[in-house]
Design a protein around this ligand. Structure first.
Ligand code: UT7
Length: 340
């Protein structure tokens, strides 16, 4: 029998500490008005390392929230942490270079034995991770996959640089996938892509690496996000619609008939552009950028989890067509069409 993956639930965990635009205006030359108008962001969450908050603890808490949501959404599946046979973490900001965050989350959750590894695809990481998980499930190798996506961007933003510091926040998301006969599978298509960021419009140089960022090495602060906002914006306004369109094409779905889009949350204006392109109302875009800023690979599962919890995305027997789409450093982008 051919198998596919059913998404049982999503999870979310964010740090307690809230940093508002007004808080930032006290430490840099910016304003709530500028940030809100240009990005849609009002506040973001930032970890308190002294309380032990970090990539591992947030990712583990997002996974716990996903198991709780699974009990409500899919009680018949009776999934438990010890049923997980593959754990994939997407992150660009792990607590340690090794062991992987996936292995550390495995320990936090008390999972005795499962395959575990990290992937790095920046803000597109969650979409990439879902495609990998789905392929493993289709191959028959694994049956219950936990995906955690976490990024602690606050460690790597230059808090003196208003052009990047105002954009990012910390957070973690999760999803649980289970092998089912393919006629019950959630995923209808995947589309992944990447192209070399030859102009180095978005990068984070490792402090210990001497590998040059550019042939003519420019003044770069290692271990801090370096971004040409305009160039990334131009990439993003093409990449997001491209991802949605290609994934819809592969699923034989007309984009204008999509019930929900759960996009990477980088800038509200980028989402408005995509909505306009497909003639979709902004009400169909799940958006929480005002409360969390850009949480990189965690943004899509956090948004999906919240949309289920607050009753926007409802499981009531009628299958809904939903697109999840991400884009980010690499440059990478991708999308998936699901029925949920
Ligand atoms: O996950 C993917 C990663 N990132 C993204 O997707 C980000 C993509 N880029 C963007 O979202 C936008 O380019 C930004 C929000 C980063 C910037 O918006 P923009 O409309 O492209 O502004 P800009 O860079 O053209 O800057 C306009 C002005 C400049 O001043 P002058 O030169 O016109 O006097 C900036 O210095 O705004 C100034 N500015 C600020 N002012 C107040 C830049 N950052 C700030 C700030 N507060 N935080």
């Amino acid at each position: 029998m051919s198998m596919g993956s059913k998404i049982l639930a999503f999870g979310k965990a964010v740090p307690e500490k809230v940093v508002t635009n007004d808080d930032l205006a006290k430490i840099m030359d910016t304003s709530d008005e500028w940030i809100t108008k240009r990005t849609g962001i009002k506040e973001r969450r930032v970890v308190d390392e002294s309380k032990g908050e970090g990539a591992t603890s947030l990712a583990a808490n997002a996974a716990r929230a996903a198991f709780e949501q699974a009990k409500k959404l899919s009680p018949e599946d009776e999934i438990d942490v010890n049923d997980i046979d593959l754990l994939i973490c997407s992150t660009a900001t792990s607590d340690h270079l090794f062991p992987s965050t996936a292995c550390m989350v495995q320990e936090e959750l008390g999972i005795e034995s499962c395959a575990a590894f990290d992937i790095s695809a920046a803000c597109s990481g969650f979409v990439y991770a879902m495609n990998i998980a789905d392929s493993f499930i289709k191959s028959g190798q694994y049956k219950n996959v936990l995906i955690v996506s976490v990024d602690i961007m606050s460690r790597y933003v230059d808090w003196g640089d208003r052009s990047t510091a105002v954009l990012f926040g910390d957070g973690a998301g999760a999803a649980i996938l289970k092998a089912v006969p393919s006629e019950y599978a959630s995923f209808k298509s995947f589309y992944l892509n990447a192209k070399a960021d030859k102009d180095r419009s978005l990068f984070l140089k490792n402090i210990y690496s001497s590998y040059p960022v550019k042939a003519d090495e420019i003044d770069i602060k290692p271990d801090m996000v370096c971004m040409n906002g305009k160039a990334v914006y131009q990439f993003a306004v093409q990449a997001l619609p491209d991802a949605i369109e290609k994934a819809c094409e592969a699923a034989f779905v007309d984009p204008s008939t999509i019930d929900w889009v759960v996009p990477h949350q980088a800038n509200y204006r980028i989402l408005e552009g995509a909505a306009k392109r497909f003639g979709l109302s902004m009400d169909k875009f799940i958006c929480n950028i005002d409360r969390y800023g850009n949480t990189s690979s965690a943004s899509i599962p956090i948004a999906f989890y919240e949309a289920i919890e607050d009753g926007r995305i409802v499981k009531n027997g009628k299958k809904q067509k939903i697109v999840m789409a991400g884009f980010g450093a690499g440059l990478t982008w991708g999308a998936t069409v699901i029925e949920f």
